[in-house]
Design a protein around this ligand. Structure first.
Ligand SMILES: [Zn+2]
Length: 357
């Protein structure tokens, strides 16, 4: 799978002002895209009630792709999304409108499948009708070279885990965020390592918004990516609230080719250019406590913690989070439960397999 990821945060008001200069030729807004693969230049034009906002042409992805996923936030429910692939057939090199699934809070995702695979650059265009309610944000455009369908159906092991959670973590179960059921039985997972991610999505501090984001992420993972469930085992919001994703005894879908035995923990937000969210003190304490608990429960070392970019070609979990991996490992090691307790839990893990659901 080749991944091209970029983010644009664009307040529509400056863009409208920018568009006032269009008589002089095309105004361009260029955003620093380091360390991301896609070059971004934005142009905006005003046409009566329409605002047309385009990205520049991306670099060609390194690998051939046949599908793209886009997710972000759109200004209102009459915004339309188009993509173009200048290097492919004449049909796809003109604008193709893509169906978007948009929530009340503006979060949207879209998936587009082409007739044939290729390595064309990509252009993205938004046409905004009427009054913008919110900013336009593109969190990611990803190219995928094969349709992913996650295979499940194995035995899943469980610990009765959540009752053994350490104090200091505020945990929200799947029922608390009104999760959908997994699409099928999961494959089993025996945790032996941990990987840290960011969601490359909304940074949320309110419980209501975090629950909306959890539901958005699950829908995007199940319906766009074709996975059984949300890909991560745990997700932590800006206030350090911890949300249950998949059961730890189920194999995750968060690091292509490296999911076996791998617990995926994601911080809500976007931790590199151009958004540069910063992890809060509460978030960092929660992630350390969570890693301490997982380490104790499954007899693994916090030293196994990696960033997603150590495993796949991705900017995840972002520069501002990646540089905190060592402090997180150290803090987790300080609060890890005693080996004796961990051993008892390990025994439980071995002896009490259950099948989900
Ligand atoms: Zn990741």
């Amino acid at each position: 799978m080749a991944i091209v990821v970029y983010a644009i945060v664009l307040s529509l008001l400056p863009v409208v002002a920018l568009a006032g200069n269009l008589g002089d030729g095309l105004s361009q807004l260029t955003i620093n895209n380091k360390p991301l693969a896609m070059s971004i230049s934005l142009t905006a034009q005003d046409q009566d009630e329409l605002k047309i906002i385009e990205t520049g042409e991306s670099d060609p992805p390194e690998q051939s792709y046949q599908e793209i996923f886009i997710q972000g936030t759109m200004p209102n429910d009459t915004t339309n999304l188009y993509v173009r692939f200048p290097g492919l057939t004449s049909r796809t090199s003109s604008w193709n409108q893509i169906r978007t699934l948009q929530k009340d809070n503006g979060r949207f995702w879209a998936r587009f499948t082409m007739e044939q695979a290729g390595r064309s650059p990509i252009n993205v265009r938004f046409v905004v009708r009427g009054k913008p309610l919110r900013d336009l944000i593109i969190y990611s455009v990803e190219t995928v070279n094969e349709t992913i369908s996650e295979k499940g159906g194995g035995r899943v092991f469980s610990l009765d885990s959540l009752e053994t959670m350490p104090s200091g973590l505020t945990l929200f179960l799947r029922s608390d965020w009104n999760a959908q059921q997994p699409k099928d039985d999961y494959a089993g997972n025996r945790p032996r390592r941990i990987t840290l991610h960011h969601t490359a999505g909304k940074y949320s501090e309110s419980l209501e918004e975090s629950i909306e984001e959890m539901r958005f992420l699950q829908e995007f993972h199940q319906q766009a990516r074709g996975w059984l469930d949300i890909g991560y085992h745990f997700i932590i919001d800006g206030k350090g609230r911890t949300f249950e994703g998949r059961p730890s005894g189920a194999r995750g879908a968060h690091a292509a080719g490296h999911n076996t035995g791998n617990i995926g923990i994601a911080l809500m937000g976007y931790y590199h250019e151009p958004i540069n969210n910063r992890a809060s003190v509460e978030q960092l304490e929660s992630v350390a406590r969570l890693i301490a608990w997982v380490s104790g429960a499954y007899s693994i070392s916090p030293k196994t913690l990696k960033g997603h970019r150590d495993l796949n070609a991705t900017a995840c979990p972002g520069d501002t989070l990646y540089e905190l991996l060592d402090p997180i490992r150290s803090r987790a090691a300080e609060i890890i439960p005693s080996p004796r307790r961990a051993k008892g839990l390990h025994f439980l893990f071995d002896r009490r397999p259950i099948k989900f659901p």
